[in-house]
Design a protein around this ligand. Structure first.
Ligand SMILES: [Zn+2]
Length: 407
């Protein structure tokens, strides 16, 4: 199976390299903003807009006279930035047609998501990477890049630099050694998720724990005078805290999703409308903190990697309201009820475990009782099964691989 994935490492640049990295990011930002301004002007005059190739040609012509400093950095940086701009334009116009809401491309700000992409000859050595123009830069940990390198993205997070190799590689068939079972996963409010075997997985709730600190840091930052050295310092502190929270959350989500995809033959989940739920103020913090949508995204590609399958419950599948023993639907079951008590068969069970078991039925296909009867009569709810044979390449690009998590 040919998949695209990425390997990400933290860089350990020396001072000279740090400057050059900043210059690359600056040049990429400049090219993006220059391209955007040009396109807007052109559109005003001619109602038309050029493309990345044309813009790169124009920029190259101006380089010699107008922007000689661009010769200091790899030509890939501005070129790839213009390609990104092209993509942003296309996404915007496509979104207008399809009715989705994607904003018009914005000008990039210095210090916000500083990054640049390189193509061409790049290598990873044991504890360093070799990039065009930048040369050999040490990494903080051992690198282990497998597959054909497609591109390299270098980005800054607060005061640190990271490199991400996008590669295309063959993944061998994964042979499971553990007992294969299907598992229902109910994403809960009190715990991160509950499995159909009764296991509750608690989330580290990194955001909630750090929220007090985050509030204080934000307040401290807002009180600093704009443009002052102290404001810069506090901005860095704030960015570091955000990064820490993000890393903790990401690490947790990767570990849980890998565990499930590796050890279960099928994983059944509720296809939650996370966007809609985040709008609910009382639930919003916990939901976005738990990172459900990211979790489902991980599960989606990892189950493919490990030859498992992801089964998404149909929208109105009554996973919470249905008794997992006799399939009776309890219509008056409220969101605040933590224990499920079946009026028909007398089953008393934790609400989330009951839901997880019902989800598991979707994966195993075994659903006896009244719900199944309705299903076979034609009035039931169709079960959506994700195919495991086809693997979409684009979703692997943001699969961040760090040491120890993947086999
Ligand atoms: Zn029952």
């Amino acid at each position: 199976m040919l998949v695209q994935q990425s390997y990400r490492y933290e860089l350990k640049p020396n001072n000279k390299q740090k400057t050059l990295l900043s210059k690359h990011a600056g040049c990429a930002r400049f090219a993006y903003n220059w391209g955007l301004a040009r396109r807007m002007e052109e559109h005003k005059e001619t109602q038309k807009s050029s493309n990345a190739i044309e813009q790169h040609r124009q920029l190259n012509a101006l380089k010699k006279t107008e922007f000689p400093w661009m010769y200091e950095v790899s030509k890939c940086a501005p070129q790839e930035a213009l390609r990104d701009l092209d993509k942003a334009y296309k996404n915007f116009f496509r979104s207008i047609k399809s009715g989705k809401k994607i904003g018009f491309p914005k000008f990039k700000k210095k210090g916000v998501n500083d990054s640049f992409r390189l193509t061409g000859s790049m290598r990873s050595l044991k504890r360093s990477v070799v990039l065009p123009r930048l040369g050999e830069i040490r990494t903080k940990e051992r690198t282990n890049v497998k597959g054909r390198i497609l591109s390299v993205t270098v980005s800054r997070e607060a005061d640190r630099w990271f490199v991400a190799f996008a590669v295309e590689r063959k993944r061998g068939e994964y042979i499971r050694t553990l007992q294969e079972t299907a598992m229902g996963v109910d994403v809960g409010i009190n715990s991160f998720c509950v499995l159909s075997d009764g296991t509750k997985i608690e989330s580290p709730k990194p955001l909630e724990h750090s929220l007090k600190l985050l509030k204080r840091r934000s307040k401290q930052h807002s009180r600093k005078k704009i443009g002052s050295a102290n404001r810069k310092k506090s901005a860095l502190k704030l960015a570091r805290l955000h990064r820490k929270i993000r890393n903790r959350r990401s690490d947790f989500l990767h570990k849980v999703s890998t565990m499930l995809a590796k050890t279960k033959s099928a994983v059944a989940v509720e296809d939650l409308n996370v966007k809609g739920m985040v709008k609910n103020r009382h639930l919003s913090l916990r939901i976005s903190d738990a990172g459900w949508s990211e979790f489902l995204r991980h599960l989606d590609y990892k189950t493919k990697w490990y030859g498992s399958s992801l089964v998404k419950a149909p929208k109105f599948y009554p996973s919470s309201k249905m008794c997992s023993s006799c399939k009776t639907i309890k219509e008056n079951f409220k969101l605040s009820d933590r224990i499920f008590r079946c009026d028909k068969c007398g089953l008393v069970i934790d609400r989330d475990v009951n839901a997880a078991i019902n989800l598991k039925y979707l994966a195993t296909g075994s659903s006896p009782g009244s719900y199944a009867c309705r299903d076979t009569s034609g009035g039931g709810i169709p079960i959506k099964r994700e195919s495991t044979s086809h693997v979409s390449l684009k979703q692997e690009a943001d699969a961040k691989v760090s040491s120890g998590i993947f086999g």
